[in-house]
Design a binder for this molecule. Structure first.
Ligand code: HEC
Length: 316
């Protein structure tokens, strides 16, 4: 047997090699195969057990062989075996990369000047350092040609690409994480699928008090522009999530509806606005004006105020 690596290196190396190959060959989308297909965990366990079994068998064979040897041969075998453990290859590599002189051979490279008894060795540059230096030169040349001569891409382009990729990732994420919406981030959902989902939620949970057409019953009319608790997607979402005023009958739905569902039903409620229900309940609350919307009236009001202000000033 030639120099063998010890078992505690061999087993992990082979194991992770098989692991890596498995991950490489099994197409499991974004997730690693080991999570996507739990059977692979069993497979890896099996691999590990087989590797250990092989080690044990080899060990046993070695033992049996040892018993059949004569005393002298046994001693020789054990001797070579203990030598094996000395990591000859690592030592050789270390020597090749440093090229240090043995202390005994230092007189070959000692320089002939002498400062108060301090003398200097003319060591060669260690090869690991020299190779690294050559590598930086190669890197520099490649870099210069790629980015300064050809101009493959620059930081600005790289930044834009990353931002674009991140935007796509965010969109993807939002699709799967609709439940992240809260009263601050909720937006009117205009997708037909969202609205029909909202209608379903409304039919199941809300019609008893608000009527199927939103005309109102126990609860207020949802089709008019008068709102007790404020209109607009954010207020409506908030009312549905947190409930109405105490004792009025509108409970907080956040216990039973997911945020995404509340956003859907809130959007659906807003689509009822302006429709004419069969038995509309009388308006309650106040006309709600969206503070974010560019209201037409305000722009007319503003100069009026100024006029009255100026008359005030004039009168004073
Ligand atoms: C048990 C009866 C009841 C049910 C069921 C109910 N509501 Fe209400 N809802 C009310 C009452 C009563 C109010 C008035 C609350 C107040 O005055 O504070 C109200 C108020 C509202 C408001 C605010 C109206 C305004 O003028 O500000 C919205 C929006 C609303 N409900 C939506 C819903 C939605 C969506 C559902 C179903 C998920 C629902 N409600 C289920 C009774 C109900």
């Amino acid at each position: 047997m030639s120099t063998r690596t010890p078992w505690w290196i061999r087993i992990p190396v082979i194991f992770f090699l098989i692991f890596g190959l498995m991950e490489y060959f099994i197409d499991s989308g974004n997730k690693p195969a080991i999570i996507e297909y739990p059977i692979t965990q069993f497979f890896l366990l099996l691999v590990l057990m087989i590797l250990i079994a092989i080690e044990l068998i080899l060990k046993a064979i070695e033992n049996v062989m040892l018993q059949t040897l004569s005393e002298e041969a046994k001693a020789r075998y054990l001797e070579t075996k203990s030598e094996k453990r000395e990591w000859k290859w690592a030592k050789n590599l270390y020597k090749r990369l440093t090229k240090t002189k043995e202390i005994e051979a230092e007189n070959e490279i000692i320089m002939d000047h002498n400062y108060d008894g301090i003398r200097e060795l003319d060591n060669v540059l260690p090869p690991w350092w020299v190779y690294l230096f050559y590598a930086t030169i190669v890197f520099a040349v490649v870099y210069m040609v790629r980015f300064h001569v050809i101009g493959e891409y620059d930081q600005a382009l790289e930044y834009e690409q990353e931002v674009a990729a991140a935007k796509i990732a965010i969109e993807e994420y939002k699709k799967t994480a609709k439940d992240l919406v809260d009263v601050n981030t909720v937006e009117f959902l205009s997708d037909a699928s969202d609205l029909s989902a909202g209608e379903k939620i409304f039919t199941t949970n809300c019609v008893v008090c608000h009527m199927a057409d939103g005309g109102g019953g126990i609860g207020p009319n949802l089709t008019d522009e008068y709102w007790i608790l404020g209109g607009g997607i954010k207020n409506v979402f908030n009312t549905i999530s947190e409930g109405g005023r105490d004792g009025k009958g509108m409970v907080a739905w956040k216990q039973s509806l997911k945020p995404a569902e509340m956003a859907q039903v809130a959007s659906y409620v807003l689509t009822l606005g302006g429709t004419t229900p069969a038995n509309p309940k009388a308006a309650e609350g106040e006309i709600w004006i969206d503070p974010d919307a560019p209201a037409v009236e305000e722009s007319e009001e503003a100069p009026m105020e100024q006029v009255s202000d100026s008359t005030d000033v004039a009168m004073n």
